[in-house]
Design a protein around this ligand. Structure first.
Ligand code: UD1
Ligand code: CA
Length: 435
């Protein structure tokens, strides 16, 4: 079915009280992006008319989503007068004939699975699955292969509570069904809410056939609590890592690795155990060793770690970054920084070696300043560069030196050292020991 035949409504107005959070439920992150982001992204693959229903923390939800998407409609639910998933639908005006209604707390759904709701001509299709523990879900009453009604847990009788077939929370309605039945909903139930699920029983009474569609339990999982959130995170992480492994990335103990949705790998890469790679990161032909953290950075033809930290806006090419090295907002090309360093707001050029214990002093307490290090520079161990500072090509910095700003000319040695003093037998005098 083409995009201009389908409208999608995403319900995101609820409080999400089971999260115990000051943040709106749909704004909780999975693999680096809010739950609502994931569902809108899948929706845009099959529809050109997306409406998100908001109310609780409406401004925050709209602002957040507008940073990712341009052409999304937002409708505000009158959640005080008309609470509930049916109340959420009351202000919605769908453009197209088929209307898919999705709960905003289902971040794992793929566009290809939504397509399954559009393959029949039935006026109402609803998603179901069978659960060993159906706790929290609406129970689906099926007779003669047709859905009769949905009973919410809080309204269910003891017999109904035993039903294992539940409402997964996704429906495809033809537009006229919604226009006819939404205005007829009542809040005569345990939660005094307007339930979208009551449309099903009303339509059934009028001899509309309700087609159940069996969906995958994992993919259609609703996130209601932080336990659900953590479970959904594992599922999405598995999918992200499988995708990259299938396309040629080696991962050791992948269950210990966290990789966000926005990260991209190219060429031959190895990621060792317990790495965390986030944000707009690109890794090409590189080896990321155990326990390294990489955020919003580009790494090409390099090896990183173990235990290295690349903070945002680091560009590393043809370089070796060793353990306990932290890099931030810096470009390193053809550089070796093997041990214990902080390199911030810097540009370091080819052939340069950074010794152990080197620090860029980039912050004067008010502003950040730049450090420029040229080609083939030898930076001795335990040295500091107080920025702004430039080391031209072929400079040597003696171990233990603090370079206090300015420019060190090409080919120079720079050193700040006191003359070395040795006091014979001092130890024995100090501790009153006779040697
Ligand atoms: C709902 C279904 C239940 C189903 C389950 C599947 C109803 C009445 N019940 O229950 O049958 O098994 O989903 O996950 O629909 N929302 C609003 N406005 C509101 C209330 C909720 O927009 O006034 C939104 C929420 O933000 C959420 C979605 O609707 O994204 C579902 O709400 P939630 O409270 O999680 O419904 P469930 O109790 O899970
Ligand atoms: Ca839910």
């Amino acid at each position: 079915m083409s995009k201009d035949k389908i409208s999608i409504v995403i319900l995101a107005a609820g409080k999400g009280s089971r999260m115990n959070s000051s943040r709106a439920k749909v704004l909780h992150n999975i693999s680096g992006k809010p739950m609502l982001f994931h569902i809108i992204k899948s929706s845009l693959e099959i529809s050109d008319d997306i409406t998100v229903v908001v109310a609780h923390q409406k401004e925050a939800v709209i602002k957040n989503m507008q940073t990712y998407f341009k052409d999304i409609n937002f409708v505000t639910q009158d959640a005080k007068e008309f609470p509930g998933t049916g109340g959420a639908m009351m202000g919605v005006k769908a453009k197209n004939e088929k209307v898919l209604v999705l709960n905003g707390d289902m971040p794992l759904i793929k566009a290809s699975s939504l397509q399954g709701f559009l393959d029949t001509d039935a006026k109402v299709i609803m998603s179901i699955f069978d659960l060993v523990n159906p706790d929290g879900y609406g129970r689906v009453l099926i007779k003669d292969d047709e859905v009769q009604s949905i009973v919410e847990q809080k309204d269910a009788s003891d017999d109904e509570l035993k039903i294992k077939t539940v409402n997964a929370g996704i429906y495809a309605f033809s537009k006229d069904i919604l226009e006819k039945y939404i205005p007829l909903l009542s809040n005569d139930n345990a939660q005094e809410e307007y339930y979208l699920t009551d449309v099903i029983a009303m339509a059934k009474k009028d001899a509309v056939s309700i087609v159940p569609l069996l969906v995958d339990e994992q993919e259609f999982k609703g996130v209601n609590s932080r336990v659900d959130l953590a479970e959904a995170e594992v599922i999405m992480q598995d999918a992200i890592k499988s995708k990259w492994m299938m396309s040629g990335v080696n991962m050791q103990l992948p269950s210990s690795i966290y990789i966000e949705d926005s990260v991209v790998f190219e060429g031959e890469c190895i990621v060792e155990n317990a790495c965390r790679i986030t944000g707009e990161t690109l890794i090409k032909d590189s080896h990321i060793k155990a326990n390294s953290v990489i955020e919003d950075s580009i790494v090409k033809n390099s090896d990183i770690g173990p235990l290295a930290h690349l903070r945002p806006a680091s560009y590393i090419e043809d370089s070796h970054i060793g353990n306990f090295v932290e890099v931030k907002k810096s470009s390193l090309k053809g550089v070796k920084a093997g041990h214990l360093s902080y390199i911030g707001d810097s540009m370091v050029d080819t052939g340069t070696n950074i010794g152990a214990g080197f620090i860029t002093c980039n912050y004067d307490g008010v502003n950040k300043h730049k450090t420029i290090i040229g080609k083939n520079v030898f930076v001795g161990s335990d040295s500091h560069l107080v920025a702004p500072v430039t080391l031209e090509d072929d400079v040597m910095v003696a171990a233990g030196t603090t370079v206090t700003s300015g420019t060190i000319k090409k080919g120079s040695l720079v050193l700040s050292r006191k003359k070395l003093k040795t006091i014979k037998d001092f130890y024995y005098k100090f501790f009153n020991k006779i040697s």
